[in-house]
Ligand binder design. Structure first.
Ligand code: NAP
Ligand code: HSE
Length: 428
């Protein structure tokens, strides 16, 4: 049996997991695909760095072209990260007829269309299951499991680092900075964790999920993204008191073929299953017109969970090689993309206002909501003696995003509102 030869680009957290799984599960893999899978060459930045797994020195290289242009390598597994240089490597690998498996959501969210087209032209597979939600096989589920349904909503906790931080802040009162450092030490965070905490990593993943789920070419620029750096312990305490958890949620919705995709810290009703997804775990809730509600849960980052998705893609590529059907992925984006305007995006909102504590204030505030036809579900006022002001918490009924923006703009010139402390979307 001719072995399938793999060129591994990167031997960090995920690359190490790939080697462990390919070597540790070799018998099972071989039984499934009918050939040994061999890691032929490994690209690293620094060959002299100490590694947590034994690797033959002659397999390691610092020269990417030695792998990309290697005549015997069948499949490239890209787990080095980065965009511009990595795109160049992947495009050339595809041109040379090599199949590609990648965990790189940045690359796929930004250049997925171009890469998929190139793969198809050269009859190669490009699979990227590990790019979203680590160990959860959600891309395959959307493409295959939901092929008979029309998905109307995808709601995900798709960034492990921020879920880890919010969980520790909520359950242990830990400080944001300390927990971020922990998440970095555990290998969950990106090399620049700004993309985790500012919601960009989640936005990239939602771009991929929305494109596959709604069959339209959603671009990263179509996703409005806000991260967790402004979430305070006070917000989390208020949320819990009202029966909510604060989660960084990616929300993609489709109604009459109109799409909206966003990422924002969201107050999720504690009774919603996604509210109890804690730590580095991810979950993707999918609503289909026919199937109704479903939810997929698992480790969203880390060495072995992410590597399982990579190696599962590798198995799929090798099975396709055996069947001679590589590069036959059908078009994922066959619908025209139509985005919702802010007037068409609707949800409930939570607002925490710091206001003057005197007669008539509540009436003036509720009048602003009425002016923009925002109906209120609940209003809670409590004095804050430490600042001689009152705090008002408002939860609205479903309201459109444009109306909420107008309410917030009006508060800026309303003397009784001293500060809008927080605004959250509400789900569940
Ligand atoms: P990592 O730990 O930083 O590892 C990166 C590896 O790539 C290292 O071995 C590094 O070499 C090598 N590398 C980086 N730039 C290189 C270059 N220009 N030339 C040669 N080698 C280079 O990263 P990671 O956490 O494994 O993540 C890898 C990819 O998977 C990223 O796209 C990430 O977004 C994605 N991902 C990660 C996770 C996770 O849980 N970590 C989950 C899902 C997806 P040295 O070892 O010599 O420095
Ligand atoms: N930094 C990412 C996360 C890694 O925390 O979810 C997995 O994509």
């Amino acid at each position: 049996m001719k072995p399938i030869k793999v060129g591994l680009l990167g031997l960090g957290t995920v690359g190490t997991g790939v080697v462990r799984i390919v070597e540790g599960h070799q018998d099972d893999l071989q039984s499934q695909v009918g050939s040994p899978i061999v890691i032929e060459k490994v690209l690293v930045q620094n060959k002299n760095k100490s590694r947590s797994i034994p690797i033959d020195a002659d397999k390691m290289t610092e020269d990417p072209w030695e792998i990309i242009r290697h005549p015997e390598i069948d499949v490239i597994v890209e787990v080095m990260g980065g965009v511009a240089q990595t795109k160049e490597y992947i495009l050339e690998a595809l041109e040379r007829g090599k199949h590609v498996v990648t965990a790189n959501k940045d690359l796929m969210a930004m250049h997925g269309t171009e890469i998929l087209e190139k793969a198809k032209r050269h009859q190669c597979d490009i699979l990227y299951e590990a790019s979203v939600a680590g160990g959860i096989p959600i891309l395959r589920t959307l493409v295959e499991g939901f092929s008979s349904d029309r998905i109307t909503k995808i709601m995900g906790i798709v960034n492990g680092t921020t879920n880890y931080i919010l969980t520790k802040m909520s359950q242990e009162g830990a400080s944001y900075a300390d927990v971020l450092k922990e998440a970095q030490d555990l290998g969950y965070a990106e090399s620049d964790p700004t993309s985790d905490v500012e919601g960009l990593d989640a936005a990239r993943k939602m771009t991929i999920l929305a494109t596959l789920g709604f069959h339209a070419n959603v671009a990263l620029e179509d996703v409005s993204a806000q991260g967790i750096s402004s979430v305070t312990k006070e917000d989390i305490t208020y949320a819990k008191r009202l029966g909510y958890e604060v989660k960084l949620l990616g929300i993609a919705e489709r109604q009459d073929d109109l799409i909206s995709v966003s990422v924002q810290p969201t107050m999720v009703k504690q009774s919603h299953p996604i509210a109890s997804v804690n730590g580095v775990f991810n979950a993707v809730y999918v609503h289909g017109e026919a199937v109704g509600e479903t939810m997929f849960y698992g480790a969203g980052a880390g060495e072995l969970p992410t590597a399982t998705s990579i190696v599962a893609d590798l198995v799929a590529v090798v099975k396709n090689i055996k069947l001679g059907v590589n590069g036959k992925q059908s078009g994922v984006a066959y619908k025209e993309k139509k985005l919702k305007t802010d007037e068409q995006i609707s949800s409930k909102y939570f607002l925490l206002l710091q206001v003057a504590d005197r007669a008539g204030v509540l009436a003036r505030i509720t009048q602003v909501f009425a002016d923009f036809e925002v109906s209120l579900e609940s209003v809670l006022q409590q004095p804050n003696p430490s600042i001689a002001q009152a705090e008002i918490i408002v939860i609205t009924h479903d309201a459109n995003k444009a109306a909420i923006q107008k309410v917030l703009a009006s508060f800026e010139s309303l003397d009784v509102v001293h500060k809008v402390k927080s605004v959250y979307r509400v789900e569940g």
